[in-house]
Design a protein around this ligand. Structure first.
Ligand SMILES: [Fe+2]
Length: 282
């Protein structure tokens, strides 16, 4: 099984909670991740010192491959010239040169998409047609057993609560493309609360025999949690097998100063028969 540690919305800057961040750093090695996924908003205001802090935090996590995407908070909001001319300059300098990226590991192909859109949106995002074409090229020739995983900061399906967070314009176009490309799972953040489900819960689409597993992560280390995770912090531990995906949603508890699993989710890989018994995550 491939083990993914999925964290998000770290928000280095005033909202960052040092005690919670340290709890994650203590636990992370025990979780034995093969890959760490960070689905955006590493900083609160895209300041140099915030990126520096985010970089040193990432460097303290287990030394395994990283899949990282920027969030809308990783582009300057008030430094207008920078926002227009070089919105992801500091992100590239400290976090990753690549903005849309492909990562191949044993058992999975990841496509990381930059969903920020600093010239057209303040906090909402966009996925352009050229990025869907990038996905198609990335998955071309992928080994048949490799899980196809898309990572983007902004959500393609809303959380199933009453907060009414709008999805990106043309989110359905992207979802349809992902289904056609055989994407198994989409990992995201932005909502500051976890939602673990299936795209068919929200959007039946064209192929109702195989939805996409949706894994939204809450804010792992900031005080900006919303809705059911207001004032809460969470992350996901995802285990990808040949036939099944097993996801544990962890939440931080002050009592005990640590993260504990609060729900577990078990899905057949889209389009596969579920013959494998799930392994316990820890
Ligand atoms: Fe955020």
């Amino acid at each position: 099984m491939l083990r993914l540690l999925h964290i998000s919305d770290l928000h280095f800057g005033p909202p960052y909670l040092d005690r919670v961040g340290e709890a994650l750093l203590r636990l992370a090695p025990e979780l034995r991740p093969d890959v760490v996924v960070v689905s955006g908003d590493l900083t609160q205001r895209a300041r140099r010192e915030q990126f520096e802090a985010a970089r040193s935090f990432l460097d303290r996590l287990p030394p395994v491959p990283r899949v990282v995407v920027p969030g809308n908070h990783d582009v300057p909001l008030y430094r207008v010239a920078e926002r227009v001319m070089n919105p992801l300059g500091l992100y590239r300098e400290y976090i990753s040169h690549e903005i849309n990226a492909i990562a191949r590991v044993d058992g999975a192909v990841f496509v990381a998409l930059d969903s920020t859109c600093p010239r057209q949106a303040i906090s909402n995002g966009r996925i352009f047609r050229s990025q869907l074409e990038f996905c198609a090229r990335a998955f071309e020739g992928a080994p048949p057993d490799a899980a196809r995983i898309v990572v983007a900061h902004h959500h393609f399906a809303p959380a199933p609560d009453f907060e009414r967070n709008q999805v990106m314009p043309k989110a359905k176009r992207a979802m349809n493309a992902f289904v056609e490309l055989g994407v198994d799972m989409i990992l995201g953040g932005h909502l500051h609360r976890a939602y673990i489900g299936n795209s068919l819960d929200i959007y039946p689409g064209n192929h109702r025999d195989r939805g996409i597993i949706i894994v939204q992560c809450g804010t792992t280390t900031s005080r900006r949690g919303r809705a059911r995770e207001r004032e809460k912090n969470s992350f996901n531990m995802i285990m990808v097998g040949n036939q099944v995906v097993h996801i544990s949603h962890y939440m931080y508890f002050e009592e005990g100063d640590g993260f504990q699993p609060v729900s577990r989710h078990f899905f057949p890989r889209p389009g596969r028969l579920c013959l494998e018994q799930p392994e316990e995550p820890r």
